[in-house]
Design a binder for this molecule. Structure first.
Ligand code: GYE
Length: 379
């Protein structure tokens, strides 16, 4: 919009990306299911952010620029490029926030560096963008910079990971990470029972420390481990990368040789690294192996390993949030109040139907056995 000039001057600090050939709008529409807070089972900051979203909606309604035909400038402070999930998230934004769709996207890859992410948000304020999207690397340390966004009159939309120490944003679109962890635990219980495995000795490779995705998955799974009296031998940060997963698993294979029969990786890329480390150490895993391997994300390559039986179960985290963010922006532009909490819809994928249903907090969960069609349709 009117800030295009300032934006061009600030290009040295950020990459401006236009549509990339990766995925089309119809791709995102097919897979980007989500449910609103009203139908979601859990929400911690729903009420707090609900109050705030009204204020943000009012601020933006006085700044409705869609009618003048100029592009809506959106700054996106992305976590980094650490995983397949992240690539899918970036491509989702790049395919939705295009000039064709009335947007100018200012994209910053923060390379998993929290300080760089705060700097990116401040650069967006300087550039006077119209909206700021943040996928927060860590969940705390946000109130000061979000206050600065508020003072500048720029609505913030948070995607994927949550911000837990500030409610100064218009809406959040993402996943219920605690439920993902609970589901992984309850599925494991049902699977171990079906296979007659009585003792579970578990190694966890966590995601980035301080990320809400890590916190939710860790706490959810721990709750089930406590409930059934399982032993978690160790739980270390693999930073959501393949290299991190491999490094942690290499050290686990040495320290816990012959002592573990379950490995939980908090994303697919860590699972790929863990598989390499276990193969090198002569440890067998998957449906025919000695170790049950569980992952999160369920991106294409993750599902291929579920289909081949190398990963026993993969708990989906849907990265296609951009169409819902587009919806939020349209509502703010129209002076409406958007839903403050939107949960993405997700599936629990397995190799076979050894377990076909299980319960999480009394709610029945169904399991999806991976097929060629599912792999082909996945991000
Ligand atoms: O699981 C992982 C990525 O925040 C949910 O970040 C996201 C996580 C995802 O690096 O692959």
């Amino acid at each position: 919009m009117k800030k295009l000039f300032a934006l061009i001057l600030a290009m040295a600090m950020a990459f401006s990306l236009v549509a990339c050939g990766g995925s089309s709008d119809s791709d995102t529409d097919d897979d980007g299911d989500a449910s609103s807070a009203s139908s979601a089972s859990t929400s911690e900051d729903e009420d707090e952010s609900g109050t705030e979203s009204e204020g943000e909606a009012e601020a933006s309604s006085t700044d409705d620029t869609s009618s003048d035909g100029e592009l809506i400038v959106v700054g996106f402070a992305q976590v980094g490029h650490e995983s397949d999930w992240r690539t899918a998230s970036t491509e989702s934004c790049q395919s939705v926030f295009t000039e064709e769709n009335g947007y100018e996207l200012v994209f910053v890859d923060c390379d998993q560096d929290s300080a760089a992410q705060l700097e990116a948000v401040r650069s967006f304020i300087q550039q006077e963008v119209d909206y700021i999207i943040i996928d927060p690397i860590v969940s705390t340390g946000w109130d000061t910079v979000l206050t600065e966004c508020e003072e500048a009159g720029i609505p913030v939309i948070v995607i994927d990971r949550t911000i837990d120490d500030s409610d100064k944003y218009a809406a959040w679109v993402g996943s219920d990470f605690t439920t993902e962890g609970l589901a992984a635990g309850e599925w494991l219980k049902a699977y171990a029972d079906a296979k007659g495995i009585e003792e579970l000795n578990i190694l966890v490779i966590e995601g980035t420390t301080g990320a809400s995705a890590t916190i939710g998955r860790t706490e959810g799974f721990q709750e089930i481990a406590d409930k059934y009296g399982w032993t978690i031998l160790d739980s270390q940060d693999g930073d959501f990368t393949e290299a991190g997963g491999q490094e942690i698993m290499e050290s686990y294979c040495k320290s816990y040789e012959g002592q573990f029969n379950v490995v939980i990786c908090q994303n697919d890329n860590e699972a790929f690294g863990a598989m390499t480390a276990m193969t090198n150490a002569g440890v067998t895993y998957g449906v025919d192996g000695d170790v049950i391997l569980i992952s999160f994300d369920a991106c294409t390559a993750g599902l291929q390993y579920v289909q081949s039986g190398d990963i026993n179960a993969d708990f989906e985290c849907n990265p296609l949030a951009a169409p819902f963010v587009d919806e939020v922006i349209k509502q703010l532009e129209a002076g409406e109040t958007p839903e403050t909490t939107v949960y993405m819809e997700e599936h629990w994928y397995t190799y076979d139907d050894t377990v076909s249903t299980f319960e999480v907090d009394g709610v029945e969960q169904s399991v999806t056995v991976v097929t060629d069609e599912i792999v082909e349709a996945q991000y």
